[in-house]
Design a protein around this ligand. Structure first.
Ligand code: FES
Ligand SMILES: [Fe+2]
Length: 381
C-alpha cells in the first residue's frame, strides 16, 4: 500500500490528463434521434449527429470562422450551419459554404473525430486518428441481444472520473449510502464480508464479494421479488480508462447451488473535463426480458441509487479542490484495496501512452460467460 500511495502522489500532477488512444462512449445511440447533441469530451467541445446514411458525425463544436459553438446553429442536411454568420460545415468538418462568397479558404474547417454506433452506444476516438481501429471497440453485444433486456441511463457527475471508478470498485459504501436501495445493514457490511481483489492480465482489476446468509437489500425485495435469507455475490470489474462493470447474483442461503444471475451493470465513464464525468450506465438481464415494467423499475431504481453516489462524489470533489490537490485517499484503510489497484492500472495506461504515443488500449473481453451462472428461475409478476 505504501508503494501504491507513493504512485498516487506522483499522479497528483496529472489532473486533466487522460488516456486518448481508446474508444470512449460519447452517447447512448438513441440520443442521436434528435438533430444533434453537443457534449464536452476530454475537455474538447464535440458536436455529434447521425447522417442520413446512418453514420455518426463527430466534429469539434467550434465554427471555423469565429469559433462560436456550431451547436447554436442548426442542421442543414448532413451538415451544420453556424448560427452566427451562416457558414456551413460538413459531417467531416470541412467548410462547405460561406454566405456572400464562393471562395472557401484553404485549410478551413474544424476537427473531426472517428465515431461509430455499436450495440446501442456511440463510441468516439479522441486520440491519434490513425490508430482508431474499429476492432478495438469493446464488444457489448448483450446490450442488443434479443434474449436480454437492458435498462439504461445517464448522469453528469461533477467529479473527476477517477473518483467515480474508486467508488465503483469499492463495494463497502453500499451499507452507508445505499441503505435504502442496494445496501445491506451494517452487520452485513464489508467488514464481515471483505472483497477479494485480483488483477487479470495486468490490465483489469476485479473485486469479488460473497456475502453469506444475509437479507436481500431493499431494491431486490421490490420489483425483483427476492425473499428469504440469501447468499449474495458481487463482482466489480474495471478496465482503464473508463470501463466498469458490476455483476450481481444470489442463491437461497444454504442451498449449495450455484449463484443465480441477477444483473450485469456497465458503468461507462467518459471524462468531460478534469473534474467532471459523463456516466453512461446499462443494467442488463437475461430473464423476464419482455417485462418492460421491470426494465423501467430497474432504470428508475438505478438512477436513484447512482444519484446517492453522485452526491458523495461531488462533495468529495469539492473538498479536493478546496484542499488544492487531487491526491486520494487521504488516509488508507483496508477497503481501499481495489480502488488503489484500479488507479495503478490507469496510471500505467496513461504513462504507456506518454512513452509510446502509438500505443492504444486493447479491450478486455467482456462478453458474458453465462454458463458460470445458473439461469434465473421465471418469477411471475
Ligand atoms: S462564427 Fe460561424 S460563421 Fe461566423
Ligand atoms: Fe454506489
Amino acid at each position: 500500500l505504501i508503494e501504491s500511495i507513493a504512485g498516487l502522489e506522483s499522479s497528483a500532477s496529472l489532473a486533466g490528463n487522460f488516456v486518448r488512444n481508446c474508444w470512449y462512449v460519447a452517447a447512448h445511440e438513441d440520443e442521436l434521434d434528435q438533430d444533434f447533441i453537443s457534449r464536452r469530451i476530454l475537455d474538447e467541445p464535440v458536436l455529434l449527429f447521425r447522417t442520413s446514411a446512418g453514420s455518426i458525425a463527430a466534429i469539434a463544436d467550434r465554427c471555423p470562422h469565429r469559433l462560436v459553438p456550431l451547436s447554436i446553429g442548426k442542421r442543414s442536411g448532413d451538415a451544420m450551419q453556424c448560427g452566427y454568420h451562416g457558414t456551413v460545415v460538413s459531417a467531416d468538418g470541412r467548410c462547405l459554404s460561406i454566405p456572400g462568397q464562393t471562395h472557401i479558404p484553404r485549410d478551413s474547417g474544424t476537427v473531426s473525430y472517428p465515431a461509430l454506433a455499436r450495440h446501442a452506444l456511440v463510441w468516439i476516438w479522441m486520440g491519434d486518428r490513425g490508430l482508431a481501429d474499429e476492432r478495438l471497440v469493446p464488444d457489448m453485444r448483450w446490450l442488443v441481444h434479443p434474449q436480454w433486456a437492458t435498462a439504461k441511463g445517464y448522469l453528469r457527475i461533477e467529479a473527476d472520473y477517477r473518483l467515480v471508478t474508486d467508488n465503483l470498485l469499492d463495494l463497502s459504501h453500499e451499507t452507508y449510502i445505499h441503505g435504502s436501495s442496494i445496501g445491506n445493514a451494517e452487520g452485513e457490511s464489508i467488514a464481515n464480508f471483505p472483497a477479494a481483489v485480483t488483477i487479470e492480465d495486468d490490465c483489469v482489476v476485479h473485486a469479488r464479494r460473497d456475502m453469506y446468509g444475509i437479507t436481500p437489500p431493499p431494491a431486490w425485495t421490490g420489483a425483483r421479488q427476492i425473499s428469504g435469507t440469501i447468499d449474495r455475490l458481487q463482482i466489480a470489474t474495471y478496465q482503464p480508462p473508463g470501463i466498469n462493470m458490476t455483476e450481481a447474483g444470489y442463491r437461497p442461503h444454504g442451498s449449495g447451488v450455484d449463484y443465480i444471475f441477477l444483473a450485469r451493470v456497465m458503468h461507462l465513464l467518459t471524462p468531460e473535463r478534469a473534474n467532471s464525468t459523463h456516466y453512461f450506465f446499462t443494467v442488463s438481464r437475461n430473464y423476464r426480458s419482455e417485462d418492460t415494467a421491470l426494465t423501467a423499475a430497474i432504470a428508475a431504481g438505478n438512477v436513484a441509487t447512482f444519484k446517492e453516489d453522485q452526491l458523495v462524489l461531488e462533495l468529495q470533489q469539492k473538498a479536493l479542490l478546496e484542499r488544492g490537490d487531487d491526491r486520494v485517499p487521504n488516509m488508507v484503510i483496508g477497503l481501499d484495496g481495489a480502488a488503489i489497484q484500479g488507479r495503478r492500472l490507469l496510471e500505467r495506461a496513461i504513462q504507456r501512452e506518454r512513452s509510446d504515443p502509438q500505443s492504444a488500449v486493447l479491450p478486455f473481453p467482456l462478453v458474458p460467460d453465462i454458463a458460470r451462472w445458473r439461469e434465473a428461475p421465471a418469477v411471475s409478476s
